[in-house]
Write a protein that binds this ligand. Structure first.
Ligand code: ACO
Length: 338
């Protein structure tokens, strides 16, 4: 798709719950070990929410992103949250964050694309901004996955963590001088994106999560935990993600070598290694927060991005690929010039 109006990320933020649960802590409450978890996933520990709600974490991440972007909450026109663990069915997580931040001028809603949720929200914000409807978006990825885990199922609960990440996305102008005159951010920003879904394979990673209160229904019980066919998810990820990244690079007219970092959803270190191998890219270009965060679904990409930003790993003009993939099944990739 040809860019009409350019948009770029002008600020990032993240929040991780205070409580840390290590692999050794887990091995005290279930039959598992640090060796099993770390060797298969790259995870050493994860943050789990005790008192923090999803909205609390998302608002903290959003506040930091606004601060990093140097803007006030009232300047935000649009808030989109990627989540599958909002505190309420309604109000949405985005509406809760709007209230907490005092972003009174924003329209706010959630998207449900599981681990691709932040990327779907990011692309949606980009399209709204590109079409001239809004100027400034706050995009969130936030999850309290600990509340939808079966803590007796060691094959799933050891993989996930809680947290929130955020990015401010604004209309920008490539020419720095013109940008300054118009009061816009300078730069090229999002160069290309692509995304897809395969509902036919949805049940390989599912969570019902709601009791049916309809009096006409005889059996209202539904499983409310995440259930996953790990090997099918692995096959999906290592096949679909490199293909999606290659397509988005083609759209942007770029090659793997042009990309400084691949900022991927953090499901499993072996998935990152396999994607790097298939793209013939150096694994050093795949930064990770897996060791200390685990898989945070929609929060993984923005938490990683914020960590990179805060470490000073991103310089103006760097080209990065961001990609999410997960339940639905869903996937989404973008090429971004920082
Ligand atoms: N500790 C110790 N043993 C365990 C644990 C555990 N936490 N979990 C499972 N096992 C055992 C199993 O019971 C099984 O034992 P058995 O052989 O006696 O039956 C053995 O380990 C092997 O189990 P598998 O499920 O076959 O393990 P596998 O090698 O496939 O690894 C894993 C599981 C890591 C989940 C792998 O399938 C994987 O990497 N999948 C990718 C999917 C993924 O990362 N999903 C994350 C969420 S989805 C997303 O974000 C897109």
């Amino acid at each position: 798709m040809e860019n009409k109006v350019a948009t770029r990320i002008t600020g990032t933020g993240s929040y991780l719950p205070e409580h840390i649960m290590t692999n050794d802590d887990l091995s005290k409450i279930m039959d598992t070990s640090d060796e099993w978890i770390f060797s298969r996933t790259g995870i050493k520990e994860r943050h789990l929410a005790k008192d923090e709600s999803t909205a609390f974490m998302a608002a903290k991440a959003g506040e930091k992103a606004l601060h990093d972007a140097g803007i006030e909450a009232v300047e935000v026109d649009l808030i989109i949250a990627g989540t599958i663990t909002s505190d309420y069915v309604t109000p949405s997580l985005a509406c809760e964050v709007q209230e907490k931040l005092g972003a009174v001028n924003a329209v706010a809603f959630d998207v449900n694309a599981a681990c691709a949720g932040f990327m779907f929200a990011f692309h949606t914000a980009h399209v709204y901004l590109q079409s001239g409807i809004y100027n400034t978006a706050l995009v969130l990825g936030a999850e309290s996955l600990s509340k939808i885990m079966d803590w007796k199922d060691r094959s799933t609960c050891v993989l996930f963590g809680d947290g929130a990440g955020a990015a401010v996305v604004r209309v920008c102008e490539e020419d720095e001088e013109k940008a300054g005159k118009k009061g816009l951010a300078g730069g090229r920003g999002i160069l290309a994106f692509e995304q897809g879904s395969d509902g036919g394979k949805g049940m390989v990673l599912n969570c019902c999560g709601r009791k049916n209160h309809n009096p006409l229904v005889k059996n209202p019980w539904m499983p409310s935990y995440v259930s996953m066919d790990g090997q099918q998810v692995y096959k999906f990820a290592v096949g679909t993600v490199p293909a999606s990244i290659q397509r988005v690079l083609d759209k942007a007219g770029l090659r793997v070598d042009d990309i400084k970092y691949f900022v991927l959803h953090q499901a499993n270190i072996r998935i990152l290694q396999s994607v790097a191998k298939r793209l013939k890219a150096d694994i050093g270009k795949f930064p990770s927060v897996l060791d200390h965060c685990g898989n945070m679904s929609a929060a993984s990409v923005p938490v990683l991005l914020d960590e990179m930003n805060r470490k000073g790993m991103l310089e103006k003009g760097d080209k990065i690929v961001m990609a999410g993939f997960g339940g639905g099944l869903t996937w989404a990739s973008a090429v971004v010039e920082w």
